[in-house]
Design a protein around this ligand. Structure first.
Ligand code: NAD
Length: 257
């Protein structure tokens, strides 16, 4: 089992869904955790505090580079820096390109793509100085293929995979690695909203869930946040040290089609 005792992990968007699942896996493996995300964080902080490491929460809105800088300064001050950076915060909006609200485009690019650039550029010097680091970007199968109605999300996630490759190359001779994980459907609030939209159009809830999976995900089962957490642990382990600049899909067969 991977031991991350003494390492500090920052997981953006970890008050919910996938980010929370990854934070719990990292905490279970012994890491200190800096949580981030909206909403009342006290319950998730308590959940992560059940393990031995130190836990903090920083409320940065990652669409704002200045707030990301403030979060990294907090990490340096309170935890001695970030060893594992998981860029996970993300939002979705579904509309055809010609109807896509411009402000939604801008916020999806800022939150899902530009935040990854900012937190990476601010974390790398500390990781290089310590001689070890792991950057894991939660992209999506939508970083590798498109779907109708998801122009901003698909563009941002393709961008995340491109950025991951460049950072993977720029760190290739160091003990810092940078990789992307590309999940298929995971049943979180982000996806529940898409199921709810189908229900609002008169589809039975069970049927709506089945239809969503059947359109894209051959296993007909959701990927779970804890499965994603285990993959992050592998990338943090010695066995994962030569995985560099990869886009690793975990998608119930979505991309095999
Ligand atoms: P979620 O809605 O459950 O959680 C999103 C998290 O991001 C929350 O903690 C929220 O507070 C935080 N967040 C949103 N905007 C923020 C901002 N501006 N600043 C800081 N935090 C912010 O979503 P999820 O499904 O867990 O998605 C997490 C990541 O996984 C996203 O990047 C998403 O694109 C990706 N993903 C999800 C799926 C899926 O099926 N759920 C599939 C592939 C990829």
């Amino acid at each position: 089992m991977t031991t991350l005792n003494g390492k500090t992990a920052l997981v953006t968007g970890s008050t919910s869904g996938i980010g929370l699942g990854i934070a719990l896996s990292l905490a279970k493996a012994g890491a200190n955790l800096i949580l981030n995300g909206f909403g009342d964080a006290s319950a998730v902080v308590a959940q992560v505090q059940a393990f031995d490491g130190k836990v903090g929460h920083h409320p940065a809105d990652v669409s704002d580079p200045a707030q990301i800088a403030d979060m990294l300064a907090y990490a340096e001050r309170e935890f001695g820096g970030v060893d594992i950076l998981v860029n996970n915060a993300g939002i979705q909006h579904v509309a055809a390109v010609e109807d896509f609200p411009v402000e939604r485009w801008d916020s999806i690019i800022a939150i899902n793509l530009s935040s990854v650039f900012h937190s990476t550029r601010l974390s790398l010097p500390g990781m290089k100085a310590k001689g070890w680091g792991r950057i894991v970007n939660i992209a999506s199968v939508h970083g590798q293929v498109g779907s109708v109605g998801k122009a901003a999300y698909v563009a941002a996630k393709h961008g995340v995979i491109g950025l991951t490759k460049v950072v993977g190359l720029e760190t290739a001779t160091s003990n810092v690695t940078c990789n992307a994980i590309c999940p298929g459907w995971v049943l979180t609030p982000l996806v529940q909203k898409q199921i709810d939209d189908r229900v609002a159009n008169g589809v039975d809830p069970q049927q709506a869930q089945h239809d969503l999976l059947a359109e894209k995900q051959p296993s007909l089962e959701f990927v779970t946040p804890s499965q994603l957490g285990e993959l992050v642990l592998f990338l943090c382990s010695e066995a994962g040290a030569q995985v560099r600049g990869a886009a690793w899909n975990i998608d119930g067969g979505w991309l095999a089609q």
